[in-house]
Design a binder for this molecule. Structure first.
Ligand code: FAD
Ligand code: NAI
Length: 472
């Protein structure tokens, strides 16, 4: 077996792993990055869940279906006549696959440019200094001073619902449906459930979502969640809270779903059922228990503030350690850990990490919700602004939603920003910078914003914290 020595071996080339490997190399460390992902032609496809079956392909389909929905439902308002709109699903999927391919090739190129040794195959940790990689008989041993586990996550499954990626799908299957389902059933009204339901509903599917929780989007600020519930339901997504799927039977061309809610048990036929109930840590076959790497009750690897596991010389970052399972959080951990390994002082400000849900309008936030601040007895003040009062939102025909600021009542320091509205995913960046920089609401209220822009809504919400919004 081939044996090579490195300062650092990173297992996983998702947003956590490849960023960690590149940053290590930039800082002068010798690095290998191992990843098992293969494309349909059995070629390496680094980029992890995010690039292959997550952030990028889902946003490609969200963008395509958004264009379709605009042309089918709103183009006429602009005086644009399109005739009957048709969707070519095969072409839409081809476009998505091409974007994925371009970006995964890009990651390969970045690793090469930074002189990271990329190894394709399945890694197992044999000791705190030794990683074995299996790849069709061409096995390798990598010796390292430090090992970084960045193996990501995989969808949770329900015992009674085996995924076949045709009639019963997880998020990966939902990105590959060959035609628009007549009726799509979704288990879980979380981030994946809402995003994938949006794609297929815009293209014409009837969608029913069963959510076991009593509340819609409980981790989102209550004012934003209330508006989201109203807007998303008005788009035709039937969200049934407090509802549990008890069983499902596959028929030739449909799935019979048994649902239990306050009214009792009912039977519903759908032609495709998406299971989107959260994600679990990917730690199978790594050999963690033999090494003494502790995992919590849900299987996530336990780490300290420097991402050290309970085994000396072994670190973990990204989805595999739980917390917010987000690509940008994972990448920041990757870069910060690399800096720690190079004796620098990398850190991640989790309190200034944004969340985005890519429904339309988009939902985005940074910082604590009002309900959390209330339960923590924080003395705060709020300001808000509706998109309907904004000139640019009117010109775009995108008047649904609002921006809400929460600031400390005594110091005026910005505590959080919550948005539901057009391009919320981009607008939130101003709130992130403000919170990272410990700015006050007054700082943003005194910042000049271009006109006419959606960002003027941020300005007005900041002014409203002090009760002096001009346009509402
Ligand atoms: P991963 O991206 O999962 O990468 C882990 C890598 O490790 C994989 O390539 C895997 O093959 C490899 N690996 C695992 N075990 C081994 C082994 N033993 N040997 C070798 N290699 C191994 N996040 C956002 O921030 N924004 C979004 O819009 C967004 N959209 C999403 C949409 C969907 C449908 C899904 C499923 C997720 C989405 N996410 C999004 C979440 C995001 O994809 C994850 O948070 C992110 O990919 C985590 O990065 P990671 O590097 O920790 O793990
Ligand atoms: P999630 O945690 O966001 O939502 C799962 C939902 O399923 C919850 O509302 C939960 O109450 C519900 N649920 C759980 N068990 C259930 C059951 N048996 N029956 C009915 N409902 C049930 O998880 P999801 O949507 O699978 O996404 C996983 C993670 O992936 C997200 O938490 C997020 O971190 C990441 N992601 C991020 C995206 C983004 O940043 N835009 C997009 C997609 C995923």
């Amino acid at each position: 077996m081939d044996k090579s020595n490195f300062d650092v071996v990173v297992i996983g080339a998702g947003p956590a792993g490849y960023v960690c490997a590149i940053r290590c190399a930039q800082l002068g460390l010798t690095v290998a990055c191992v990843d098992a992902w293969s494309d349909k032609n059995n070629k390496p496809s680094p980029g992890g869940t995010c690039l292959n079956v997550g952030c990028i392909p889902s946003k490609a389909l969200l963008d395509s279906s958004h264009h379709y929905s605009f042309l089918a439902n709103h183009a006429a308002e602009h005086g644009i006549a399109t005739g009957q709109c048709e969707i070519d699903v095969a072409k839409m999927l081809q476009r998505k696959n091409k974007i994925v391919k371009t970006l995964t090739i890009g990651v390969k190129g970045l690793l090469k440019k930074n002189k990271v040794t990329f190894v394709h195959g399945n890694a197992a940790i044999k000791s705190a200094k030794e990683v074995h990689v299996a790849n069709d008989g061409a096995d390798q041993v990598l010796i390292a001073e430090s090992i970084v586990i960045a193996t990501g996550s995989k969808p949770f499954e329900l015992d009674f619902l085996p995924i076949d990626q045709k009639q019963i799908v997880d998020s990966t299957g939902a990105l590959e449906l060959k035609q628009v389902p007549k009726h799509l059933g979704v288990i879980g009204a979380g981030v994946i459930g809402l995003e994938m339901a949006s794609v297929w509903s815009r293209l014409g599917a009837k969608v029913t979502i069963w959510e076991s929780a009593e509340q819609f989007l409980p981790t989102v600020d209550k004012d934003i969640a209330k508006q989201a519930s109203k807007i998303i339901s008005s788009q035709g997504l039937d969200i049934q809270l407090n509802s549990k799927v008890q069983a499902a039977t596959k028929n030739k061309a449909s799935v019979s779903v048994t649902v239990l809610n306050a009214e009792g048990e009912s039977q519903i036929e759908v032609d495709c059922l998406l299971v989107a109930i959260g994600r679990a840590a990917n730690t199978e076959n790594l050999g963690l228990s033999d090494l003494g790497v502790k995992q919590d009750s849900r299987g996530f690897i336990e780490v300290d503030a420097q991402w050290k596991t309970s085994a000396d010389g072994i670190y973990a970052i990204g989805d595999v350690i739980g917390g917010a399972m987000l690509a940008h959080k994972s990448s920041e951990e990757g870069a910060a850990l690399a800096e720690q390994l190079a004796n620098q002082h990398g850190h991640v400000n989790y309190a200034a990490t944004p969340w985005v849900i890519y429904t339309w309008p988009e939902i985005a936030w940074v910082g604590e919700t009002e309900q959390k601040l209330q339960s923590d007895n924080v003395d705060y003040k709020t300001g808000s602004f509706p998109f309907m009062a904004l000139g640019r939102a009117r010109t775009m025909g995108e008047t649904e939603g609002m921006i809400k600021f929460i600031a400390d009542a005594n110091t005026d320091r910005l505590l959080s920003v919550h948005i539901i509205g057009p391009n919320a995913s981009e607008l939130i960046a101003e709130g992130v910078v403000a919170i990272e920089s410990e700015l006050t609401a007054e700082d943003l209220a005194r910042t000049v914003h271009g006109h006419p822009t959606l960002s003027e809504g941020m300005h007005e919400a900041a002014l409203d914290v002090d009760g002096r919004a001009i346009h509402f």
